[in-house]
Design a protein. Structure first.
Length: 331
């Protein structure tokens, strides 16, 4: 159930919920999966997230990103959380695209609470999905019902992150055709889920090529707003691998449509974001959200729908996988 203090406008309408339930049933997931086995599971998660976010609101973005990175490698099976068995067998969290991820301690803390309340019942994969939703909700974003019932995987391979996670320097069409469509997602899902960049930060190294060496001749990306370029250069010096920059300056702790305003103004950090305004399949959506004033109802509704769709990627259900006792280790 949605908490009482969530504005009714944020909730997905009944027709949408029924649509999502119908699509998730095929995957073996359902809203309220733990209603009988661990009835307070979602309440425990939200309570912990409320406390955590009050202390560290900047964690919402990384936790949302963690769910995304989990689902795109072996499906939404919490393989992102597993530790490598030894130096010769690094896990997904050791893969280059995941080295900047943070928030693992949040998942461990919540998992410990759930194990105390309902031992061996709630999967780490479901925790990731629910934590991502609550992080968005607690940054003034939308609420959506999360179908649950995922099981945890037992395999995690670092090299698979390189072939399954979209790099920030790829274009919209490359990401769509090489990563999204193979996972059952479409152009709308790409432009909607990219809106999650309204919360969070990025290391300069993820986009510095656009500032200093875009074509290999020491030049900047001509797609970048020429008035914004000096500001980014003042924050990110050449070869800077440590400085962190807000992806949505001035609003990176609030889930809203301001990200799309930046994309429309050619002030997005990543090539993957910047090219959304150039691609015929995504341009209109960016422009529409960039002009949205007041309550961003369309984006909020769409984000919930695309998150449920993403959360269905290659899930393990029934007797597949396991319910890990500790998220970093197989049982």
């Amino acid at each position: 159930m949605a908490p009482k203090d969530v504005p009714s406008m944020i909730l997905l309408n009944l027709a949408l919920v029924l649509l999502l339930l119908g699509s998730s049933d095929a995957q073996g997931l359902q809203v309220g999966f733990y209603q009988k086995t661990c009835p307070k599971a979602e309440e425990i998660i939200r309570k912990e997230m409320t406390t955590i976010m009050s202390l560290a609101p900047s964690l919402a973005g990384p936790l949302l990103r963690m769910h995304f990175h989990d689902c795109f490698v072996r499906g939404c099976d919490a393989s992102i959380l597993l530790n490598g068995t030894d130096q010769n067998n690094p896990a997904e969290k050791d893969g280059r695209p995941n080295l900047s991820l943070r928030g693992y301690g949040v998942i461990d803390r919540i998992k410990a609470k759930l194990e105390k309340a309902c031992p061996g019942i709630v999967s780490c994969a479901d925790i990731l999905a629910l934590v991502a939703r609550d992080g968005v909700l607690l940054t003034k974003g939308p609420y959506w019902e999360v179908p649950t019932g995922r099981r945890d995987g037992k395999i995690s391979v670092a090299s698979e992150t390189l072939t399954n996670l979209p790099p920030p320097f790829f274009s919209t069409s490359q990401i769509l055709n090489l990563f999204f469509i193979p996972k059952g997602l479409n152009a709308k899902d790409l432009v909607v889920l990219s809106g999650g960049h309204t919360i969070g930060t990025s290391h300069c190294s993820s986009f510095s090529n656009r500032l200093y060496n875009f074509t290999g001749n020491g030049d900047a990306d001509p797609m970048l707003d020429k008035n914004y370029l000096p500001k980014l250069k003042s924050k990110c010096r050449p070869n800077d691998a440590t400085t962190i920059v807000e992806m949505d300056p001035g609003s990176f702790k609030t889930f809203d449509t301001s990200y799309y305003k930046l994309v429309a103004k050619r002030r997005a950090l990543f090539t993957s974001d910047a090219t959304l305004i150039l691609d015929s399949q995504t341009k209109a959506y960016v422009e529409r959200q960039a002009q949205a004033n007041g309550f961003p109802s369309e984006f909020f509704r769409d984000f919930g729908e695309s998150m449920v769709k993403m959360g269905n990627i290659e899930v393990l259900t029934g007797n597949q996988g396991e319910i890990r006792k500790k998220c970093a280790f197989v049982n």
